[in-house]
Ligand binder design. Structure first.
Ligand SMILES: C[S@@+](CC[C@H](N)C(=O)[O-])C[C@H]1O[C@@H](n2cnc3c(N)ncnc32)[C@H](O)[C@@H]1O
Length: 218
């Protein structure tokens, strides 16, 4: 599957995507992300869902200090970078074609003492999952990764594989199409899902999902 951009008719949104870099302030750090929409499309720009989830993490309701985190479909890596700056051990993943650009943004934005806590690794949903330790992660993060219907089953399989009973999944997304609601229905088949935040300015939802409890645990 190519890294193809898709239509975003909102003019301001398009302008942001075409910038060659964008600057953020999270966790007392200035983060400068390089973007390359023209060559790499959706994986090489920062989506609003990532910024909204970074803001949520920074609010501090969730303590990431020393926790084990994996980010799926990381794109430029902003979310994984912020998780690392907030003290987590982070595995930042995307498809092979996105990795070089992702790695350069991660390396450019993490101080040398924090770099050992962030690993960039290929994870194409549904593929080679055994190279990740199942059930190892405290948090699974994903920003704007619910958008391609063809990938829904693989994404769900990946979440199922990586998720242990204690794992918290946080997905931020704009629900653009009916199919995105379908993914939430599929997710509810395996996980207890609740909306923990809605950002009306950006029209971004954050959903938290946890594995269904077994009957004998209830
Ligand atoms: C809309 S972008 C979001 C990027 C980033 N999370 C953000 O919010 O800025 C979707 C990301 O999902 C990744 N992606 C799409 N299909 C994938 C797949 N089958 N396996 C792994 N990653 C995939 C893309 O490469 C891209 O980085």
């Amino acid at each position: 599957m190519a890294l193809v951009p898709y239509d975003d008719t909102h003019l301001w949104g398009m302008q942001k995507l075409h910038r060659l870099s964008s600057v953020y302030s999270f966790a007392n750090h200035t983060i400068q992300i390089q973007q390359n929409w023209k060559q790499l499309g959706v994986a090489a720009v920062v989506w609003d869902a990532a910024v909204v989830l970074c803001t949520y993490l920074e609010m501090g309701d969730i303590d990431l200090q020393g926790r084990s985190v994996i980010e799926l479909g990381a794109g430029t890596g902003l979310l994984g970078i912020v998780a690392a700056l907030l003290g987590a051990h982070v595995t930042i993943t995307d498809r092979q074609a996105a990795l070089a650009f992702l790695r350069s943004n991660v390396q450019a934005n993490l101080p040398t003492d924090i770099q050992p806590r962030a690993v960039v690794k290929e994870l194409t949903w549904g593929q080679n999952l055994t190279s990740f330790s199942a059930g190892h992660y405290d948090f699974i993060l994903g920003a704007d990764i619910v958008y391609l219907e063809d990938t829904f089953a693989d994404l769900l399989q990946t979440l199922n594989y990586l998720c242990a009973d204690h794992t918290v999944i946080l997905l931020s997304c704009r629900l653009r199409y009916e199919r995105d609601q379908n993914f939430l229905m599929m997710l509810r088949g395996f996980f207890s899902v609740r909306e923990v935040r809605y950002d009306p300015g950006n029209d971004i939802h954050i959903f938290e999902a946890r594995r269904h409890k077994q009957k004998d645990e209830l």
